[in-house]
Design a protein around this ligand. Structure first.
Ligand code: SF4
Ligand code: SF4
Length: 63
C-alpha cells in the first residue's frame, strides 16, 4: 500500500513541492496553499523531503 501524503499547515506557497512532484499531483488552492491529489500521488515522498516548512506529512494509515 502506498504512503499517502497531505498538507498539514504552514505552507508558504514556495511551490517547491509542485515542481518536484513527478506526477503533477500537487495543485495550488486559491493562491494560499497547495493540495495533493491522492488519486495521482504515487507516494514517493519528494514533496515532503523538499518542503522547508514541514507542511507535508504522511497520513496515518493504521497499518
Ligand atoms: S514545499 Fe511546502 S511550503 Fe512550499 S508550497 Fe509545498 S507545502 Fe507549501
Ligand atoms: S508523494 Fe510524490 S507523487 Fe505524491 S504528491 Fe508528493 S511528490 Fe507527488
Amino acid at each position: 500500500m502506498k504512503t499517502k501524503y497531505r498538507v498539514v499547515g504552514g505552507c508558504v506557497l514556495c511551490l517547491s513541492c509542485v515542481y518536484e512532484c513527478p506526477v503533477s499531483a500537487i495543485i495550488i488552492i486559491e493562491d494560499v496553499s497547495v493540495k495533493i491529489d491522492s488519486e495521482k500521488c504515487i507516494g514517493c515522498g519528494k514533496c515532503r523531503d523538499n518542503c522547508q516548512n514541514g507542511a507535508i506529512q504522511p497520513e496515518e494509515t493504521g497499518n
